[in-house]
Design a protein around this ligand. Structure first.
Ligand SMILES: [Mn+2]
Length: 334
């Protein structure tokens, strides 16, 4: 049985967490050996895979940016408010933080790691991405096509890397996610030569076009609920499926909003995915704990898979309950 690094799959923070753990494990779990880490399998999971008990964990699993499995694991670190755990054993960490990679960096620094400028920038920018602490200029920089990509900021560089595992082909995404974590790792992804040889900018440019296509399709049915002060994007109303979802489009289009809501039926039809966000430029308008609302909605209308942060969250519900769940959420926000 080998160690396994199990992280939030296809998520920039899950990627950053796994990268940081692989590179700086000595400051996080010193009882491991270099061989343990080099031979560790990398697995990307979604929170619902943990919550639904479908995945079998072992005592050699290192779990990052995901809920704590019910069975014993070797290491766990998470920062989501809805995944709070008390009385944690050795090698288990939970703390509210903007990003899980940032939390791991804080723990490692406490254990003697020197915080270089590069690591500090990596932490600052992964925090911005995971906690959606963008300014509107940063949204424009990272979510809209630019004329030139010479000398990108570290924030844009991290978006370029994330674009590599956000194609519309999930199998390709998983393969890229694992591949770039199995490469030779430099101090951070920002300086990892092998990674940049794969041309992340190319993926990013394509993603910007995909966002634009998606925005044009979604314009047809994206709506604003005045009472709930919520942008409503019910993808069941979509006539076409094009491009890649830009989760910040709602707030750019309706700056007066407090919240954003999206609903998407999964292929196969039995479950439906709901996402709720807040207006990140006006977090003062957000008075509902969205992670908790997602958890409550999941318990009420699904199998309990849901949660997130105070300002953003998601849940999976049974498709037959989709209308009721939508009404429940908009009423709660109202
Ligand atoms: Mn995270």
């Amino acid at each position: 049985m080998v160690y396994r690094i199990i992280t939030h799959g296809n998520c920039p923070d899950g990627f950053a967490s796994a990268f940081f753990f692989k590179k700086y494990w000595k400051f996080l779990a010193p009882s491991l050996t270099q061989k343990d880490v080099d031979t560790a399998e990398i697995i990307g999971l979604q929170p619902r895979d943990v919550q639904s008990d479908e995945f079998k964990f072992t005592e050699k699993d290192i779990i990052l940016d995901l809920p704590k499995p019910k069975t014993k694991v070797f290491f766990w670190c998470d920062h989501h408010s809805s995944n709070k755990e008390d009385n944690l054993p050795e090698n288990h960490h939970w703390h509210i933080a903007p990003g899980n990679a940032g939390l791991l960096i804080d723990i490692a620094v406490k254990n003697g790691l020197t915080l270089t400028d590069e690591l500090a920038s990596f932490k600052r920018n992964t925090d911005i991405m995971d906690a959606a602490e963008y300014s509107s200029a940063q949204i424009t920089e990272c979510f809209y096509e630019k004329n030139n990509y010479e000398q990108p900021s570290d924030l844009l560089k991290l978006h370029m890397i994330a674009a590599m595992f956000h194609t519309r082909d999930n199998i390709l995404n998983d393969e890229i996610f694992r591949t770039i974590l199995m490469q030779e790792l430099a101090d951070t992804p920002i300086s990892s030569q092998e990674l940049w040889q794969l041309n992340p900018a190319m993926f990013h440019k394509a993603r910007m076009k995909s966002y634009q296509e998606w925005r044009e399709v979604v314009d047809e049915y994206m709506d604003y609920d005045e009472d709930a002060k919520c942008v409503v994007q019910d993808d069941r109303l979509a006539e076409l499926s094009r491009g890649v979802a830009d989760r910040f489009y709602g707030i750019m289009k309706y700056p007066e909003c407090s919240y954003t809501f999206s609903l998407r039926e999964r292929k196969g039809g039995e479950t439906t995915r709901i996402g709720i966000g807040s207006n990140i430029f006006h977090k003062d308008r957000c008075i509902v704990d969205i992670g908790k609302l997602c958890k409550v909605t999941a318990d009420k209308y699904g199998d309990g898979s849901g949660g997130g942060h105070a300002y953003v969250g998601g849940c999976t519900i049974d498709t037959k309950n989709a209308n009721k769940a939508k009404e429940f959420i908009l009423n709660s926000l109202h």
